[in-house]
Design a protein around this ligand. Sequence first.
Ligand code: TRP
Length: 445
Amino acid sequence: MTQRVLTGITTTGTPHLGNYVGAIRPAIAASREPGVESFFFLADYHALIKCDDPARIARSRLEIAATWLAAGLDTDRVTFYAQSDIPEITELNWLLTCVTAKGQMNRAHAYKAAVDANEAKGEEPDAGVTMGLYCYPVLMAADILMFNAHRVPVGRDQVQHIEMARDVALRFNHLYGAGQELFVLPEAEIEEAVATLPGLDGRKMSKSYDNTVPLFEGGAKALKEAVARIVTDSKLPGEPKDPEGAHLVTIYDAFATAEQRAAFHAELRAGLAWGEAKQRLVELIEAHVGPMRARYAELVAHPERVEAVLQAGADKARARATPFLKTLRQAVGLRPMVASGAVASAQAGATPAKTAVPVFKQYREADGLFYFKLAAADGAVLLQSQGFAEGREAGNWVKRLKTEGAAALEGAPVSLVVDAAEAHAALAAVVAHEQEAAAAKAARA
Ligand code: TRP
């Protein structure tokens, strides 16, 4: 089955080496795996939580988009978009907000950190805390669940958010799924070796610690200057150094092959001077980053190209998001009171049309075997069965699918003609329709 991989980067700053190693590089690598469908986006709604400087938001959107493209993202293979170009995400955000426990948001790390900082300063616990910050994890869950992502590559600091997204998905499925999995339960994916790249001072590389190594900004010169500022111990040239404890080595390892790592570690143990080690590190990073920097400069000089890529990505993303949101609205009860055809007919004074629910069709082919398929209202085939010797066998599977929905798909002799999420949604609609029909019948009896 296709695995959907999704991740976003908040557009508040200029990407640094930590963003590249921790998020962009592993995400692009994952997007090249066979059987993977990737969704990468600019988390620009999240950016508004952290930053109220419009110029900085705008600049960062361009820089981060250009960084992904320069780093080798293949936008034919992946869906690459800006969160703010997908209005369905904010709409889903509300549906999820209504099933999210407030107590769980109280425990979110970002919010708790803000409260702790306030208390340390003797201020009101919630001073300066916006609802945006407080509800940050719900918006993130909407990002992930909108596309039913299976895997979410993130830094370790984001793992709690993915767990919250799972909880929200579980709760939503439980409340509204009628036994179906409307949402896939996402899993965080951490590249163990480089989960969080250390910065110049050994803490996590982060703009808020002012300890970053720039990715492209300032060219090779800025890279060299940053590396020169990496804190090391005070062992002299010739003295053996422990590669395990040194964050300079962790940064080196993030770019090195296994052989390069082994050689570098051995040299340090043999007394390589830190100054020399820094020189090696600059060369290693520059070999990776130099060619990308040239592509980046070209893109930043042509924002219209970047915008066109994002708009095409948004179209691709919304082709998924729009029908899925319709299913979700239906699931929570935000439905037309009658079938849409009926509204039109009623307006025209005609007789109401039937509800546009997908239908199962059973039939016999020239090969003598019995088949069934699930077809959408417009006739498009969603599921196709294999042939059965007995008509009854086909009938039994149809019955199961109508009552159990997607849960019965496991092991069913059918192939999905459409994406799993779409098939699941169609089955959910069928099950809901069957239940409504049964309830209506019971009420009449
Ligand atoms: N919160 C993430 C960060 O700061 C960015 C983000 C927003 C994200 N939405 C997401 C990451 C969805 C993964 C999936 O790093």
